[in-house]
Design a binder for this molecule. Sequence first.
Ligand code: NDP
Length: 295
Amino acid sequence: MPNLIDGRAIAQRVYADLRRGIAELKSKGLMPGLAVILVGDNPASRAYVRSKDKMCRDLGLHSVKLELPGSTTQTELLARVEELNRDPSIHGILVQSPQPKQIDEAGIVRSLDPRKDVDGFHPANVAKLVIDDPSGFVSCTPLGVQRLLIESKIDIAGAHVVILGRSMIVGKPLALLLMQKNKNGNATVTVVHSRSRDLEKITQSADILIAAIGQPNFVKADHVRDGAVVIDVGINRVEDAVSEHGYRLVGDVAFDEVSRKANAITPVPGGVGPMTIAMLMSNTVKAARQWLSPT
Ligand code: NDP
């Protein structure tokens, strides 16, 4: 049986550290604050926003949840972002995706004050990731994957990391993060995507294989070499007549067969998912700290 990388337990360790950091900031008169904007009534987004708000409250952070109608215009949304940019009680702003079709998401991201962009999508923060500037914000899922590896004492330096997927939310920033020239990086990174040739040959050469493609159970035992570490970012709904909601969540990795070959593996749910929200809280505390002593 491989080592199961328990994202929930590791997230709890992150929260324990954060509580100490938050107490220290409060002793200096600063209460970190996060604002989350939800436009429309996508049920999954609503659930995510609810859990972010709950986590803020559990940690004793100032939390603002703005729920706007699905008919909100670009101009109206920009105005709300601008208010939050100017609000001194707010250190982090997140506009939940996906947004309704009349909204230009890239335009909204660019309107954020980069110092409050705790999702790490603003071009200024992407640039800081590229140039290894640690004052920037890195998007939460890649940061969570890196933290899982570090806390599980898996050597990143020198390892061949193969990432399946090149999205701006996961694959691309994760590749940049793990190849950074610092003690938590230094990996040899290969990114594969839907146009890659010989995908299976490439994934078989991975010391660490990270799947982020949104294809249920895509990664099979044949994709993985014996003893590899496998991180499953995927969250996919598949029909399941016997479950209460008629579906269940599975990852991008066929867990049962791959876990027989892997040295360590994350489950879905309970692997990367809990780390994403922990890293959002961590970025919010970092934003508040930087507000107190700008770099
Ligand atoms: P996107 O759809 O934005 O990107 C998917 C990527 O996978 C693309 O680069 C695409 O290639 C590639 N891809 C798709 N199918 C294949 C295939 N058959 N072979 C090779 N590459 C393929 O997805 P996201 O990055 O947003 O999300 C990926 C998964 O991670 C989803 O299941 C999502 O739910 C989950 N997720 C989980 C999070 C968490 O907190 N755990 C957070 C964010 C996402 P191409 O570029 O060529 O189209």
